[in-house]
Design a protein around this ligand. Structure first.
Ligand code: SF4
Length: 324
């Protein structure tokens, strides 16, 4: 629970410095569900504002990389590799994300982009939270994965612990270290600056461990570029307010650094993780309404994210074209 509360409170501070902050994103290329980074922050690329006008949702990478233009309709089945069913699914998902227009022409389902995809992503900063360095868990393997693969531009360890020289020597030298005291006026003390990782080059992704050896996959730059785009899109669509406040009389709005939608509990007198702590099995549970909060409105006010972006499409009429 300490790590969850630490993570939320840190995110509340980070969103004053980064236009996009998101939690719990996978960065692995070859190992599905392999490496989940606690927090990913994005910096602005040259066309960042165009992305905020495009759609509030994550755009599937397959839609971005499909040969579909803005001004010209293409048959759905010609625009995507694979089976017609896969093509229809990708076209639908791109439409639901607000990135594709769909129509029927001459009896065929056709697709075009709603707008050019902008060059909007600056750096990807990955942050691993380990409030207590006395309980490091998989920290070493996690950070070595980040540095070796290089999907991120920077890898940072955030901790509440006092960081000794011995700690620093054990960490990969490219990893930055922040000592965090969320109650301090300046909550982040930079103990060591991160070194830029080789995000444009080849990567090595650690895989399964076996007695005496560990599998390693080489990852070409093109696959890393696709994964970077996927991570950035998921970060944009997801953000970090991914929790629901519980329907409990003891639930209340937690406040941190101007954020007022954190899941706080009067019974436990601390932030709680609603997904794992709340419900009738909790000894303090008392049926009631969840606190009246609007995390989307708060995100829109504090982050570069527009829930009403003009290209967002309604879902009406999807069924009329999906038979081709
Ligand atoms: S269910 Fe338990 S932890 Fe959750 S808000 Fe209620 S008293 Fe607090």
């Amino acid at each position: 629970m300490r790590e969850f509360a630490f993570e939320l409170r840190l995110c509340a501070h980070l969103e004053r410095s980064y236009p996009v902050v998101a939690r719990q994103l996978g960065t692995s290329v070859r190992a599905a569900g392999g490496r989940i980074v606690d927090v990913v922050c994005l910096t602005r690329g040259p066309e960042f504002d165009a992305r905020t006008r495009l759609t509030p949702h994550a755009i599937p990478v397959a839609a971005i990389e499909a040969d579909v233009g803005v001004g010209r309709w293409r048959r759905v089945t010609a625009a995507f590799d694979g089976s017609p069913a896969r093509a229809r699914d990708l076209a639908e998902r791109g439409h639901e994300a607000g990135f594709f227009d769909l129509d029927r022409r001459d009896g065929h389902a056709v697709v075009r982009r709603t707008a050019r995809y902008p060059d909007w992503v600056g750096d990807l900063v990955g942050i691993e939270n380990k409030p207590d360095l006395g309980e490091p868990g998989d920290l070493d393997a996690q950070l070595r994965h980040d540095v070796s693969l290089g999907v991120l531009d920077y890898a940072v360890l955030a901790t509440e612990s006092y960081v000794t020289r011995a700690h620093l020597n054990r960490l990969p030298p490219d990893v930055g270290v922040w000592r965090v005291d969320v109650d301090a006026a300046e909550p982040i003390e930079v103990v060591r600056e991160p070194t830029r990782l080789d995000a444009d080059g080849w990567g090595l992704e650690p895989g399964d461990a076996h007695p005496g050896r560990r599998e390693v996959a080489t990852v070409p730059p093109s696959e890393k570029a696709t994964q970077r785009r996927r991570v950035a899109e998921r970060a944009y669509g997801k953000g970090w307010r991914t929790y629901d406040l519980p329907a409990c009389a003891n639930a209340q709005r937690g406040r941190e650094a101007g954020v007022e939608t954190l899941p706080d509990c009067a019974y436990k007198d601390r932030l709680v993780d609603p997904a794992s702590e709340c419900g009738p099995a909790c000894p303090g549970y008392a049926a009631g309404d969840a606190p009246d909060v609007d995390p989307e409105a708060e995100r829109a006010a504090r982050q570069a994210w527009d829930p009403d972006a003009s290209s967002a499409r309604t879902q009406a009429g999807l069924g009329r074209w999906t038979n081709d």
